[in-house]
Design a binder for this molecule. Sequence first.
Ligand SMILES: [Zn+2]
Length: 165
Amino acid sequence: MTKEGKAGAVVPAMGTPGDPMGIAMDEARAAAARGEVPVGAVLLGPDGAVLARAGNAVEAGHDAAAHAEMLVMRAAARRLGTPRLVDCTLVVTLEPCPMCAAAAVHFRIGRIVFGAYDPKGGGVDHGPRLFDRRECLHRPEWVGGVREREASALLRDFFAARRGP
Ligand SMILES: [Zn+2]
């Protein structure tokens, strides 16, 4: 079910050609093929243009912080020449973890659109619920559950294959 952190959050057109969630899922699938946990992300500029896209690169880079969200926020900031991604949208296949949610605050992300909920590892609608905390300095709008079934299936299939038949 789709849930919103703030009323009126803008969701980019999903399910259309060039759909950012579709791009994020392609990145997630590519990550799985590299042996990474299949999470993909896209960073959209204020005009909706794709500034960065990436999948998890934890194993490849020996970097436990190389979550897809971290990679696209850093890449977009470098591209724009500013650490503040005001009015930018982070689209990601899985609910961001507390680390990525906190980074989104630091990067001043305007809104977050995510696919699957993550009751165990999420930090937006689960766990610390970072943006709901009084001390949170910047609260991105967020929408969760966008193409949730496909997004969950990506992870489920990956872990089922790892466990073997
Ligand atoms: Zn993360």
